[in-house]
Design a binder for this molecule. Structure first.
Ligand SMILES: O=C(O)CCC(=O)C(=O)O
Ligand SMILES: [Fe+2]
Length: 682
């Protein structure tokens, strides 16, 4: 869970307003932030207002006790001992800081100066000339706009950018804005040579052959971002570039004399001071990184750029990445660097996936955030491969429907109990899924719980962001993301401190989870009996000891045919108690067909997940029938309204110590008791 401070609910930093339309009006001007400044504004428009804690400058230490290393490349190619020394410095800086400056790097100062002059000249072109390049079509090789993520980010940056994708296939000269022609080709050639040198040094520093990183195409793609940070009338309200890490292999940055770039080092913002003639080098995510090559021996460090009352500031960031030329090559940890002491931490993934996923994840506003800003198309990271969407037909046959089991009287009347146990056994064998009604949890509690979840998601983004975290895993590398946001909390054993739960629904979470624990214990008894065991058998094994609560929110989707709310999966817990609202969309795979699991008012859905294996085993012994081979459930998405709320509960997997489970325990133990067991949905 994200650390949450007791009672410290932040007030939203801005009152609600129609951000999407203000953003659109601004974007439609096609003149960026510079256009605002040229028009003489004296206040920063609210779409640029950052939450105060992201602009804070207080943590920058005044002393120079920390400073980014400056490495002198003089003699790197000529003198073997200098070369060796430089490799050492590069490794230290890349491991410790992820950032360093280089001087005597071989690119003449005149070339650096001229590139900055050209960039400035572009921004000083007549608006009508510039507008021809203003676009959100990122498939173009030359793109000019204000903030690549303007339409999805919660607060815009005080910056305009021109992106030129120069390698491996550069634009035609006539596609380039006039100020860049000629010059950009020379700059690219020189940057390529420098990139090759840097990748060689980094390869050597990792103990690899000098050409290793170049051979795996790290230097194949190169794009320049020409940033323009206009002078800002209220720099304390906004930021030039929000905190981010670069999603490329390596970045080489040319900055002018203004300053403002800072890196996060030991939780403090450290200035990267302009050094005449120097270039700033930083390790990107792809070298650290989710498709980790170095397996964390190099670090991709967060950085930002402050807004400034002085300006404009100009910088040119050259990214070595295959992002602009999607490369299907899979990047994973370099095998040569792995050992039993350094096992792989990341799965392989492709570059495009990682970059887009990261940009989305960095918004911390989830799928709801996309819908709130008014997107009309489902971003590509959510697109499911068609075979995944349509592999199994959906059954309309009404003879297939999930059994509904009435628990009324189960604790008072032995005959009723026997009937219920039989029904539970049959439903478990045949379906692995059933509904329960009269389960003892009042309808008012169920309704209040759904309401609570909705209240949570409808809070201001800034309040919700406190809970947004991926601390439990760095490998968010599934092929397509689901159209769903999730809040989860482990409720047992060791429930969270009440004050750590979101205030908007903490009381109902606690109340609901208690009631679900009781119902869970009853279900364990019924399941034990249905397996021919003593009523307490499963409870004694502590199968009811862990409870993880997942609260899902499925926003309305503009193109539901492209995405899934939740991909096909089987639950990794003992069993799951699901409370769903009337929108529908949950389906279970039964005899190779998807069957809808409708919402019956007041009913809860029980998915016996892991226990199904026990029923299969028993079933095979007693009746010689296996039923289904696997218990899969999938949630297919429909075009529903924004109010869709599902809560989803599972008892987690703790304390396996009984013969009956031993054979399977190794299969599951990697997931044991971890929230990660639920990450397999993503
Ligand atoms: O302008 C700068 O100094 C940094 C820009 C940056 O971080 C980026 O483009 O990723
Ligand atoms: Fe950056």
């Amino acid at each position: 869970m994200a650390p949450v401070n007791a009672g410290e609910v932040q007030t939203p930093f801005e009152p609600k307003y129609d951000r999407a339309s203000e953003v659109k009006d601004f974007d439609d001007t096609k003149t960026g932030v510079k256009g605002l400044v040229d028009a003489g504004i004296s206040e920063v428009p609210r779409i640029f207002h950052q939450p105060p804690d992201t602009v804070g400058k207080t943590s920058v230490p005044s002393a120079t006790q920390f400073s980014i290393p400056v490495i002198d490349f003089q003699g790197v190619k000529e003198d073997p001992s200098t070369h060796k020394e430089i490799v050492k410095q590069v490794l230290n800086a890349s491991h410790e800081w992820g950032f360093f400056q280089i001087i005597n790097h071989g690119i003449p100062v005149s070339v650096l100066e001229e590139m900055k002059v050209r960039a400035r000249r572009f921004y000083e072109l007549d608006d009508e000339l510039k507008k021809q390049f203003y676009t959100r079509d990122t498939s173009k090789k030359v793109v000019y706009n204000c903030n690549f993520d303007l339409l999805i980010s919660p607060a815009a940056n005080w910056r305009d950018t021109v992106y030129c994708d120069m390698a491996p296939s550069p634009p035609k000269p006539e596609e380039l804005p006039e100020p860049f022609r000629g010059m950009i080709v020379e700059y690219t050639d020189r940057m390529m040579s420098l990139g090759h040198l840097l990748f060689e040094l980094i390869s050597e520093s990792l103990g690899l052959n000098p050409d290793h990183l170049v051979k795996i195409d790290c230097a194949k793609g190169l794009g320049h971002h020409f940033h323009y940070y206009p002078a800002c009338p209220q720099p304390e309200l906004t930021i030039g570039a929000s905190k981010h890490a670069d999603s490329c292999f390596l970045t080489v940055l040319l900055q002018d004399h203004i300053g403002g770039l800072q890196v996060l080092y030991e939780n403090q913002w450290i200035n990267v001071p302009p050094v005449p003639g120097a270039l700033v080098v930083n390790i990107g995510d792809l070298l650290q990184a989710s498709p980790l090559i170095s397996n964390d021996r190099l670090v991709s460090v967060k950085h930002r750029v402050l807004a400034n009352s002085v300006g404009p500031r100009i910088s040119v960031a050259s990214f070595f990445s295959t992002y602009f030329n999607p490369n299907p090559r899979l990047y994973g940890p370099i095998k040569e660097l792995l050992s039993s002491d350094n096992p792989p931490k990341y799965r392989e993934t492709t570059v495009v996936e990682t970059s887009e996923l990261k940009a989305f994840d960095d918004t911390k506003a989830g799928v709801k955030g996309l819908v709130d800003v008014g997107i009309t198309k489902v971003p590509r990271i959510f697109h499911q491969p068609p075979e995944k969407l349509h592999k199994f037909p959906v059954s309309n046959d009404s003879q297939f429907s999930i059994p509904v089991i009435d628990l009324e009287g189960v604790n008072n009347d032995p005959i009723t109990r026997k009937e219920v146990v039989d029904k539970v056994g049959n439903a478990s064998r045949k379906w692995g899924f059933f509904h329960v009604i009269n389960h003892g949890i009042p309808v008012s509690v169920l309704e209040e719980m759904k309401d609570g979840v909705r209240r949570f998601y409808e809070q201001d983004d800034e309040v919700k962001k406190q809970y947004y975290t991926r601390d439990f895993t760095k490998s968010v590398t599934s092929l397509a993301v689901n159209w769903r946001d999730t809040f989860f909390s482990r409720m047992a054993p060791g429930p969270p401190k009440v004050e750590d739960l979101p205030p908007v629904f903490r009381d109902i979470m606690v109340n609901y989870s208690k009631q679900v624990m009781n119902l869970g214990n009853l279900l364990l008894e019924l399941l034990s009996e249905a397996l021919g065991l003593k009523p307490d058998h499963l409870k004694d094994m502590d199968c009811g000891g862990g409870l993880l609560m997942l609260c899902h929110y499925y926003p309305g989707c503009p193109e539901p045919e492209l995405a899934l709310g939740t991909s096909k999966h089987a639950d990794n817990d003992f069993f799951t108690v699901l409370l769903q609202d009337p929108i529908g969309g949950l389906q279970v795979l039964h005899e190779d067909k998807w069957i809808d699991v409708p919402c019956s008012p007041g009913a809860l859905v029980i998915n016996i997940a892991y226990f199904e294996r026990c029923f299969r085993k028993r079933g095979a012994q007693s009746a010689g029938k296996l039923g289904r081979t696997e218990s899969f459930s999938g949630m297919f998405f429909q075009n529903f309204g924004p109010e869709t709320v599902r809560t989803y509960q599972g008892t987690n997997f703790f304390g396996l110590d009984n013969d009956m489970f031993v054979a399977k325990s190794t299969e599951l133990c990697g997931l044991c008791g971890k929230v990660a067991s639920f990450m397999s949905y993503w």
